[in-house]
Design a protein around this ligand. Sequence first.
Ligand SMILES: Nc1ncnc2c1ncn2[C@@H]1O[C@H](COP(=O)(O)OP(=O)(O)O)[C@@H](O)[C@H]1O
Ligand SMILES: Nc1ccn([C@@H]2O[C@H](COP(=O)(O)OP(=O)(O)O)[C@@H](O)[C@H]2O)c(=O)n1
Ligand SMILES: [Mg+2]
Length: 222
Amino acid sequence: MGTANDSSKDISDRLAEKHPKVVFVLGGPGSGKGTQCEKIVQHFGYTHLSAGDLLRAEKNSGSENGIMIQNMMNEGKIVPSEVTIKLLQKAMLDSGNDKFLIDGFPRNEENRAAFEALTKIEPEFVLYFNCPEKEMERRILNRNQGREDDNIETIRKRFKVFLESSLPVIEYYKGKGKVREIDAAKPVEEVFKEVKDIFNPKVPKVPKDENVEGRCMCCAIL
Ligand SMILES: Nc1ncnc2c1ncn2[C@@H]1O[C@H](COP(=O)(O)OP(=O)(O)O)[C@@H](O)[C@H]1O
Ligand SMILES: Nc1ccn([C@@H]2O[C@H](COP(=O)(O)OP(=O)(O)O)[C@@H](O)[C@H]2O)c(=O)n1
Ligand SMILES: [Mg+2]
């Protein structure tokens, strides 16, 4: 009979066969991760997986972890990786796609190391939305999504967790040259301009039939 470990290995193996392409989308609470992910999906064909949304859905499904997830979220704490990674892996397999924006994950060193060990997936790059705390606070208090954790007391706890636990993950990926940092304090469309340049890098065009002396480029070089 299979054990829990067998089944988590099974799901990891099935996922590895798809050779998924993953971009981690990080930034403080309210920095605009979800907003920009929606736009990336429309333009670049990724599937958006928000760790927070998956955890909220799991909580609402009445699962055995529901109360634990609710308590952790209301305290702004990070849910144990095992739970979140299982949800992410299932969503990746169910999607039928092979390109994913993983939003709000990894949020601490435990998330990062457990995901790497279990899935062996290395992100293509990490999109980091850098935004001042005052602006993030203003946005969350105006978000109106009915989230229980969008109150000033929990927001302050989430900012603390971001500084203490999530920024070190961003630093880790900076050390690997993988972080693409974006000024997220600008208006949505201006932020997206920067995002587009990252997903769609401009390749400088080689001039075709033109140079100063009227010869083609290859002749000019020769
Ligand atoms: N660049 C922006 N300028 C102003 N408001 C924004 C911007 N990006 C997102 N918002 C708004 O701020 C709130 C938080 O954005 P959201 O995408 O949910 O952030 P996150 O997923 O990082 O918490 C939402 O109400 C959203 O409409
Ligand atoms: N990797 C993650 C992501 C979110 N969460 C929990 O979910 C909450 C909300 O995450 P979210 O990504 O939806 O929040 P925002 O950054 O979008 O405001 C976090 O404060 C954590 O309590 C988690 O435990 N682990
Ligand atoms: Mg979000």
